[in-house]
Design a protein around this ligand. Structure first.
Ligand code: NAG
Length: 403
């Protein structure tokens, strides 16, 4: 009788959504408590609770023996050591989240079924038997699946379940180049505009980026610069662009690989390379000491070399506005962090033409205002004297304007 009453009381308390920490402490002490599992309830010595976890928008403890419905966020509460779950709070709540830290194992979440399991099983079999002679059918299968890779949910599913296979096809140097190419496109499509995929790959496959650089190294040192080789090199670089976060720590090998890739006379490759290098320089405080910390032995010539490369490419008429901004920001950061870096006369005259055009745009008032564009234009206009020229000239100029 007393037992019944206490379980009722606890049930009430839990129903009032009071902190469950006291309850869980209680349970931890009684780890060996026998569970009585009924049709819809599980009971222990102290309480009964539903057999199926009832999720809400708040984190709640997952109790022993409870079944989890799909599509929940699951986490390990690092303070209490208790596993908790709640409803996903974004609109894509049909995607099961990857548990951040599940106590039982720290390995990659188990692979289970997903919408394309069968398709990928077919690909896996063909690859395992003979990739060379099955090239056509594997390519066709991957092409068919490509449209789903762009989708937020499906893209995530594909990577969460099939990344091992895609990585293998993409990085195995024995695979036909055409297959490596299409598999790399698929991974890139999954990552594009899908931060969860990027996070997933970087978390569970922390060596993947370096592995891609190793393959780039092989392609670069290969004398054969046939179209398929160059194409794959570009694919790898654009995949790296998606995966590289601002805090990424480049190794010396990776920086050398980018330098060598730059030397291949191909504009697309150069654009991709500068995109990656821009991430290195635009992080706040990427100055001499910071670059030394990142393992660079001699940052000044390194900064000068990339400053030269940026100045060269940014003057190319085919560079679009978004890249112009990115590369300019990068050069701006280099010049601020390394004041000794030399700036070419040709760049200064390009800058002066740009400044004139952008001033006209700003003053015209014809086009609808784009705040980002405006603030970039202002930054560029000011930089002409403040960063790339004589700061006194800027003062004198402004003083004149005020008269
Ligand atoms: C270069 O690679 C292409 C594509 O793999 C191949 O068809 C060609 O025979 C290779 N050329 C040489 C000289 O090895």
């Amino acid at each position: 009788m007393a037992r019944l009453r206490s379980s009722l009381l606890i049930g009430l308390l839990a129903g009032l959504a009071l902190s469950t920490t006291t309850l869980s402490k209680h349970q931890d002490d009684k780890e060996s408590t026998q569970l009585h599992i009924g049709d819809s309830q599980i009971c222990n010595e102290f309480e009964c609770y539903p057999k199926v976890f009832e999720a809400s928008s708040l984190w709640q403890e997952i109790k022993p023996g409870q079944h989890l419905p799909g599509g929940l966020d699951v986490r390990m509460n690092l303070e209490t050591g208790v596993r908790e779950a709640k409803l996903c709070d974004d609109e894509h709540n049909a995607i099961p989240n990857i548990p951040v830290a599940i106590p039982e194992s720290d390995s990659i979440p188990e692979t289970s079924m997903h919408e394309f399991t069968q398709d990928f099983d077919v690909i896996r079999k063909l690859i395992d038997s003979d990739p060379e002679s099955n090239l056509e059918s594997v390519s066709a299968k991957l092409e068919d699946l490509m449209e789903f890779a762009h989708d937020y949910k499906h893209g995530y599913d594909i990577v969460a379940h099939e990344f091992d296979l895609l990585k293998r096809i993409s990085c195995d140097e024995q695979m036909p180049l055409a297959l490596r190419d299409i598999s790399t496109i698929m991974i890139t499509s999954c990552t594009r505009n899908n931060p969860r995929v990027v996070e997933y790959i970087n978390k569970w496959y922390p060596d993947f980026i370096d592995q891609v650089y190793q393959r780039i190294g092989t392609l670069i040192t290969n004398e054969n610069r046939s179209d398929p080789h160059i194409k794959l090199l570009k694919r790898y670089l654009s995949l790296l662009d998606e995966l590289t976060t601002e805090s990424y720590e480049f190794t010396q090998f990776e920086l050398d690989a980018l330098d060598k890739a730059w030397q291949i006379p191909d504009k697309q490759i150069r654009i991709e390379v500068l995109e990656l290098i821009s991430k290195l320089f635009t992080v706040p405080g990427s100055d001499d000491s910071e670059l030394r910390k990142r393992g660079l032995t001699d940052p000044v010539p390194f900064a000068q070399m990339w400053a030269n490369n940026i100045q060269e490419l940014i003057q190319d008429d085919e560079i679009d506005e978004l890249h112009t901004r990115k590369f300019f920001d990068s050069l701006y950061a280099i010049k601020q962090d390394f004041s000794d870096v030399k700036i070419e006369a040709s760049f200064l005259s390009w800058l002066s033409r740009q400044v004139d055009e952008r001033k006209k745009q700003l003053d015209s008032g014809i086009k609808e205002r784009d705040l980002e564009q405006d603030s970039f234009d202002k930054k560029m206009i000011e930089s002409r004297h403040l960063v790339f020229g004589n700061p006194m000239a800027h003062k004198i100029k402004n003083w004149n304007d005020e008269l």
